[in-house]
Design a protein around this ligand. Sequence first.
Ligand code: ADP
Ligand code: ASP
Ligand code: MG
Length: 410
Amino acid sequence: MGLLVVKFGGSSVATIEKIKSIADKVAAMQAEGNQVVVVVSAMGDTTDELIGLAGATGDQAWHREMDMLLATGEQQSAALLAMTLNNRGTPAVSLTGWQAGIHSDDTHSKARIVSIANGRILQELKQGNVVVIAGFQGLSPQGDITTLGRGGSDTTAVALAASLSADRCIIFTDVDGVYTADPRIVPDAHKMSMVSYEEMLEMASLGAVVMQPRAVECAMHSQVEVEVRHSFKNDAGTLITEVDKMEKQRVVSGVAHDTNVARIAIFDVPDRPGVASLLFNKLAQQGINVDMVIQSAMRENRNDIAFTIEKADLNKAIPVVEEVVRELGASGLSYDADVAKVSIVGAGMQSHPGVAAKMFEALAEEGINIHMISTSEIRISCLIDEDLINKAVRALHAKYDLGNGNGGCC
Ligand code: ADP
Ligand code: ASP
Ligand code: MG
């Protein structure tokens, strides 16, 4: 018994039949004596469809209007779930993000939750209602609707669990937990019973879409334990928790991949202070995030600089980089959207030599060329050709023997 915050993703609310099945699950939670707050995503591919409609209106991205449009997706599923619950005799009320008191900053399409005034939610719970909240949305200081970035309903759920001091936060989705790699690509991927906040944050940031990175960050800061479970199966899921609660630190705990990557290179840049600062400041001013960066060894006082960005930002980045090339007298640029990033993640790798060598060996054995490499204490990422990404994920998963739950001993 307690206060539960549970979230159901888009595929779990894709049809009225699925919504009915979820309503039964939620009603059972309440019947056991729990207070239940449900966060929902938009039905199925609604968000993508709305983005498509917006694109058909013309070239320019009107961020404020886009958020106004996209927020309607979650509003539909919240209302439909509340109706279904009421129709089966379970009192429920749906709330938009702003009715639920979710305040964000004003970065349209990538807003961050800054506070939650949870009075209305508590009042509805006290009256015996299941409270169904539209995920992925907030209200800016200017009073405009914002959205929290793709996958943002995860963050809504975790932030609500923190604000309400919930007893449990469960992310119900279309997989029964967090796996050692995307189970759609690696059929023998192993479900982890526990994963540390740090590892999950790296996995999520490196492309494991099962949790939005912001949600993991929020869970880590608020010390909210999050369970990831299947919406329609009763199997035990994965607990995202503190590292010291885990039975052992794995050397390599998982393989993540991200195909939403593009690479840009600038050639023959003068070797002097301020060059990188000029380039990356100009990109930052356009709201373009840079991920991997390499600078080649200097020759005749000239360098090459290559870096990666999100694919969607490529068209915006090219004119910025062309301007920098002219300003610096560099000899030119090249870009490539057919690349992808494959990464290994593991909290124990910092104390085990040879982990990187093994990664490069696995890729070499498959004849996969590495374009760029970046590392942190608990991950190594390689940029490769996009059409080889599935092969790379499977090869690394096998190399570190992750399928048997051993945790990638080196
Ligand atoms: P939802 O609509 O419920 O938010 P998502 O599609 O956002 O669901 O996330 C679930 C998907 O995440 C799974 O279908 C799976 O393909 C993908 N995924 C990627 N990496 C992993 C991983 N390491 N473990 C589990 N799922 C993963
Ligand atoms: N509907 C939004 C998306 O598709 C938010 C979410 O599902 O979490 O990204
Ligand atoms: Mg998701």
